[in-house]
Structures are given as structure tokens and as C-alpha cells.
Ligand binder design. Sequence first.
Ligand SMILES: Nc1ncnc2c1ncn2[C@@H]1O[C@H](COP(=O)(O)OP(=O)(O)O)[C@@H](O)[C@H]1O
Ligand SMILES: [Mg+2]
Length: 281
Amino acid sequence: MIIMVGSLKGSPGATTVSLALADRWPVSGGNPLVVEADPAGGDIAARFALASGRGMVSLAAAGRRGDQPPQDLDEHVQELPGGLEVLCTPAGAEQARQVVTELASGVWTLLQAAARAQGRPLIVDCGRLDPLSPTGSLVRAADVLLLVMRPRDDELSQLAARMAVVQGWGLPAWHVLVVEGPGRAESHRVREISRVLGSRVLGPVPYDTGAADVLAGRRRTRAGIGRTRLGRTVAGIADALVATVPVEAAPPAPQVRRELPPLPPDPVWPQAGSPTWTEAS
Ligand SMILES: Nc1ncnc2c1ncn2[C@@H]1O[C@H](COP(=O)(O)OP(=O)(O)O)[C@@H](O)[C@H]1O
Ligand SMILES: [Mg+2]
């Protein structure tokens, strides 16, 4: 199972959601591996003081050497406090972009085969899904894409402008995962988004600095995030994903484009007070 997590713009919490999902993944869904594939540069290694050369960098090197899966995935994986396993990306955008490009153009097959052999779901943090991102072919291999966004007008207009593009990727499933901000002012926006997009919307993931700090390596706690608001919400989302996504889905090679469905009409996204909302379907 491949869960892609990305954003359209800004920094709404994609990395936090990726780690939270892996942390709260139900045992019945397998032992998830978080793949940080953000071409703008990774954050996990710096946040948890990990070796940035072990992960996507070493995996890309293995790909160049022509190593075969699955025996050597463990060489590239690092463990966070609490046991989460990650493949991290270096912080600098230049190097990150290079290794993510290598991932998308072949190493992915190695990784996917290794994960499948071990029955592990991949939770892939792709960062921002802009049109020039090298993650494009990876995203099309997803069983489900989670578009993480804050319920703000600027991010909503990004979603409205790109909804047809996302639909055109022809994914088996994709959802908008709303992450709340600190203020109450955004809560009516969350309700409006849910009214327009219905079951496509997941969350909202609460604003929860305590849990976010744990997931960003700023705070250590023996209890983890399991009992936090964020942890409980994400646990529900993880359960729903495991229940609805076929575990043995066999995605095509990333280079192969799926047959695209007809493009839907552009969604009409609200200006404040506008009643004219429709989801492209
Ligand atoms: N639900 C949340 N509640 C509180 N803070 C959050 C939440 N999600 C993310 N953050 C914080 O926001 C910042 C950006 O989050 P991050 O996950 O790195 O975003 P992205 O990966 O989209 O750039 C981090 O400092 C993170 O701890
Ligand atoms: Mg990130």
C-alpha cells in the first residue's frame, strides 16, 4: 500500500501528518515505512539529529550500483525515538531534488519491491506537489493521495485552481486532509470545505503543538502521541485508510501513465459568502 502525502503550497503540516500516520498505523495494516521524498529538502534528519546520508542518499547510491531488493533496505532506514522507521532526505534542496529525481526514475522500483516483500506500507511525504516536482510519477503510483492543507482562503484557492489537475492524475483515491491552525476563526472554513467536498475531506487534524513538537523532535515523551488530540484523530484516519485501501493493490510502474478520466469542469470555489460551490467530480 502506498500512501502519498503532499501539499499544494505552503507548509501545512505534511511531514507531521506523515509521521503521525505511521505512528498511529494499525497493526493489522503492516509496519509502515515513512519515505521522506521532499525535493525542497528534508526536515526529519535535522529534527531528530539523524545521519542525513543514510536514507534516500544511500538508497540512490544503491540504485546506481544496481543492488537488488529486498535484502538491503535496512541499511537505509533510520529509527526515530519511539520506533518509527524513516528513509530521510538531505536538507539542501539541490541534493534533495537529485535523490528524489533518482527515486522517481528507477530507485522507486527497488524500494517498492523491498516494501512489498516485507509487507510494509509506504507513507511517502512528497512535500509540495508543484507542476515541476520530480515526484509527479511517484504520485501517480499511489493507492491514495492525501493533500494536506490549512483551511485558509489562499490554500483553498490553490485547491480550486488545481482540482482538475489532481483529478486528472487518475488516482484510485485522493483526499483533502485539513489541518487546523491555532485560531478558532478557521473552524467555519473547515465546515464549509466538508460541505463542498463531502467524504473527500478527512480530519480536521487539530492544532496540537504538544503532539506536533513530539513529531518534530522538539519534545520527548514516554507516552508518545497516542493519547493526544492529534494522535487520536490521525489514528481514526489511519484506520479508515487501512479499511478502504486494498492492501495488495499492485500499482503500475511509475513511468506508466494511467488512462486519464475525462477532465471535470473547474470547481467553483467560494469567495466569502458565495453560495456557488461545487466539487468537480
Ligand atoms: N497539527 C499541528 N498542530 C500544531 N503544529 C503543527 C501541526 N502540524 C504541523 N505543525 C507544525 O508546523 C510546522 C510545519 O509542519 P511540517 O509538518 O514540517 O509542514 P510541511 O511538511 O507541510 O512543510 C512544524 O513546526 C510543525 O511542528
Ligand atoms: Mg515537510
